[in-house]
Design a protein around this ligand. Structure first.
Ligand code: ATP
Length: 314
């Protein structure tokens, strides 16, 4: 449904997007996650035809979005990072105006407006002026406006930016509902947002795709080599044994009661760190009461892939 290949964009000397590529099949809900300045907005602005890439290709719903931006726009709804608000207009008046701009055929405008009002739960405020609404409702109005031509693809840039926690929860739930029968690409720098809403995550940093997969896949890939052991003995001997068995490892040591230690081990080069630790402690006769692999959360993955990419750039 969305196919992006080797996308590049420079702003003067700033290489903001450096070879971004991904393919999103119909019906998938994908989060574009990255820190501020990673290139998310620039990528989405290229997808939506607002700016042109200097290199690369984009297909949305089978249309070449660079060669035919107007035709491509009919296939998706786009909610920009700061959607323009029209405070003097009523909700219905604004939707009527947007339907006109989106070339929704005149005979079906009323039906489409009624549909998006229902989809975005705007019935109770339909006659009110946009300027009188809460930020959460204004965002719903902006979302409704992206749906008037009933697009099968939704592109949302930081849709919960500036909302309070209750509004964020409501917006997330609404996006979940809208995603039921659509392909959605949603950007955010807020991790729980992506984790709760999306079945797939593309992590982007410094203009590049750093990781791409389901949250489960990404967590499993980044769990490799991690384990936690609780052991008893002299810390110097324990550390020596671990460093000998897993020379490239990072150790995080916490003292527990009764002379026990909890040690979190990260040894990315090991396929099974638990086995290596068990064997090394067995040979050194170090007492163990717990040994288990660590399971990375998406936050660990996010931090790890960004650190790894910064390390590679340095
Ligand atoms: P944020 O979450 O802060 O919006 P982002 O991931 O969306 O960040 P972009 O807005 O795409 O990041 O910016 C990527 C890089 O491109 C940044 O270094 C930014 O300063 C630069 N950039 C973006 N737009 C322009 C522009 N119009 N002119 C010059 N530089 C730009």
């Amino acid at each position: 449904m969305i196919e992006v290949v080797d996308l590049h964009r420079w702003f003067g000397s700033v290489h903001a997007v450096r070879g971004v590529g991904f393919a999103i099949p119909a019906g998938q809900v994908v989060g574009l996650l990255g820190p501020n300045g990673a290139g998310k907005t620039t990528t989405l602005r290229m997808l939506t035809g607002i700016i042109k890439p200097q290199k690369g290709s984009i297909q949305i719903a089978g249309v070449d979005a660079i060669a035919h931006p107007a035709q491509s726009r009919r296939g998706f709804g786009y909610l920009p990072e700061s959607a323009p608000s029209y405070p003097e207009m009523s909700v219905t008046g604004f939707l009527r105006y947007r339907a006109q701009i989106l070339h929704v055929p005149r005979p079906s405008r009323k039906t489409q407006i009624a549909r998006v009002i229902e989809e975005c739960q705007l019935g109770s405020v339909a006659k009110r002026r946009i300027g009188q609404l809460s930020k959460g409702y204004r965002q719903r109005v902006a979302l409704a406006a992206t749906l008037l031509h009933d697009p099968k693809v939704l592109i949302l840039d930081e849709p919960t930016n500036g909302l309070d926690p209750t509004q964020i929860r409501e917006a997330r739930s609404l996006i979940g509902d809208l995603a039921q029968n659509r392909t959605v690409l949603v950007s955010s720098h807020i991790l729980p947002e992506i984790e709760r809403t999306c079945e797939r995550v593309i992590i982007i940093g410094a203009g590049k795709v750093l990781a791409d997969g389901t949250p489960k896949e990404l967590c499993e890939q980044n769990t490799k080599g991690g384990c936690i052991v609780e052991c008893k003995g002299h810390l110097a001997q324990i550390s020596f044994t671990l460093k000998h068995a897993l020379p490239e490892s990072d150790l995080e040591t916490t003292p527990l009661e009764g002379g026990w230690w909890r040690i979190k081990i990260q040894a990315p080069e090991m396929s099974d760190a638990c086995e290596a630790v068990g064997e090394a402690f067995g040979s050194a006769r170090i007492q163990i009461r717990q040994l288990r692999p660590t399971v990375a959360g998406l936050e660990d993955v996010f931090v790890r892939v960004l650190e790894a990419s910064e390390g590679a750039e340095a």
